[in-house]
Design a binder for this molecule. Structure first.
Ligand code: GUN
Ligand code: ZN
Length: 433
């Protein structure tokens, strides 16, 4: 019931976008975390922390880093099977690969099998919480929440709403999409660790009536999340302009129907105009930065620095966006975010990368008071990372100057092999490699 993990511990004290890196973290070379009833009850230097909890079972991890599990705030559960598909950009990629894959999720048995494959891959990579899009089929949502509940995972998910511009088998209607979402929300939202995310896919696949219906449901359940896509690809933006001639811009399509606000997570947000940025800042909505997707399907270079740097930074989380994204790994995702920031002229500090991949995403999901940190009172969603998971990392670690050098080299070079143990609410749910 009560046990301890011993190794190098990493926790956040403050947001590294607002304080210097060293002031943002608490790191103990030889640290311990005490876990009881699925929660973290103590963290600190090992000797003192363990002395305060005598005769406790200790799992020792010398040469390992103990931190909060990764949080991926934008991922598509039915796209697992189309990850790494060649040669298309957004609209063609959706039509060629994504929609045919999503059609298969009409079959509840198939959705159930794929939910296991998906969550295995998520956990194998050390991600303990996701905010996921399912397909348009309610049975895909039931399948994912049920699989997550079995593992004890805190996830958010929702049925995609689409009532135009997709194959007939993927379309609902405004009233049907509302009714199905409402029923799913009432079944899952707040059950155990589940959160419902109202999920109009994006403006081109929803009529104004459907966006209004989604906003109505959100008004009725303001503590649910709302997720959609915005301003990802230039052809998409031109299409939205043609479909919504009265809107001031892409963000306005959501803003004027009541789909912006705290609890909204907008994927991508790459090509924003000054008015759109101002509207987002005012609204409290968060952005999911999906770097491997933005490069893989050729969408553009997200302006993280510009959107975070201000008196009123827009909340940003980090996300894989599988299958547009090319990896389930938050190491690969942090690496890609670093490369995009470099192309925009500044090096993203590892304090900021790891913060975005844990607390930043948890904050976007409004869960940062209980997940995303290795801190007292937080749920014990914890990963243990082997710092010498490859010969090259063993060698690189010998030359690491400080914790930042360690964290940076890991995020550039590590993959799922580094994920030694995964705890969800204090339970070992590690998946074989
Ligand atoms: N925009 C609308 N749907 C999607 C999707 O499934 N993936 C990505 N990357 N962008 C989208
Ligand atoms: Zn997406």
């Amino acid at each position: 019931m009560k046990f301890a993990l011993r190794g190098t511990t990493l926790a956040f004290r403050a947001d590294p976008f607002t304080v210097a890196p060293d002031a943002a973290i608490d790191c103990n070379d030889d640290g311990a975390v005490i876990i009881e009833h699925g929660r973290i009850v103590a963290v600190g230097p090992a000797v003192a922390t363990l002395a305060a909890h005598p005769s406790i079972r200790i799992e020792s991890y010398p040469g390992h880093l103990i931190m909060a599990g990764f949080v991926d705030c934008h991922i598509h559960f039915p796209q697992t099977e189309v990850i790494a598909s060649y040669g298309k950009q957004l609209i063609d990629w959706l039509n060629t690969y994504t929609f045919p894959a999503e059609l298969k999720f009409a079959d509840a048995a198939y959705a159930g099998r794929m939910a296991e494959v998906f969550l295995d891959e998520v956990l194998r990579n050390g991600t303990t919480t996701v905010c996921a899009y399912c397909s348009v089929h309610p049975q895909s949502v039931d399948a994912l929440f049920a699989a997550a509940e079995k593992r004890g995972m805190a996830i958010a998910a929702g049925k995609v709403l689409m009532d135009r511009n997709a194959p007939a088998g993927l379309l609902d209607t405004a009233p049907r999409g509302y009714a199905e979402s409402k029923e799913l929300l009432e079944r899952w939202h707040g059950r155990g660790r589940a959160t419902y995310a109202i999920s109009p896919r994006f403006a081109p696949t929803s009529t104004p009536a459907q966006l209004d219906a989604a906003a109505t449901l959100w008004r009725e359940h303001p503590d649910a999340l709302m997720q959609t896509h915005v301003s990802e690809n230039l052809k998409e933006i031109a299409w939205v302009k043609a479909l919504f001639p009265d809107a001031r811009d892409y963000v306005d399509v959501y803003e004027r129907c009541g789909l912006l606000g705290p609890g909204a997570i907008l994927g991508h947000a790459i090509h924003l105009k000054p008015r759109e940025i101002k509207a987002l800042r005012k609204s409290g909505a968060a952005i999911a930065h999906c770097p491997t997707s933005n490069t893989f399907i050729g969408s553009g270079l997200f302006d993280l620095k510009g959107l975070r740097a201000s008196d009123a930074p827009i909340p940003v989380g980090l996300a894989t966006d599988v299958g547009g994204g090319s990896s389930f790994s938050m190491f690969a995702t942090m690496r890609s975010a670093y490369e995009i920031a470099q192309l925009r002229g500044h090096p993203l500090h590892p304090a900021q990368s790891y913060w975005l991949a844990t607390l930043g995403s948890a904050r976007a999901m409004r869960l940062d008071h209980r997940i995303g940190n290795l801190a007292v009172g937080y749920d014990a969603d914890i990963i243990v990372l082997d710092l010498a998971s490859r010969p090259l990392l063993t060698e690189r670690m010998r030359h690491a100057k400080d914790i930042w050098d360690v964290l940076f080299a890991q995020m550039i070079l590590a993959d799922d092999r580094a994920v030694k143990t995964v705890y969800v609410a204090g339970r070992d749910v590690s998946v074989p490699k």
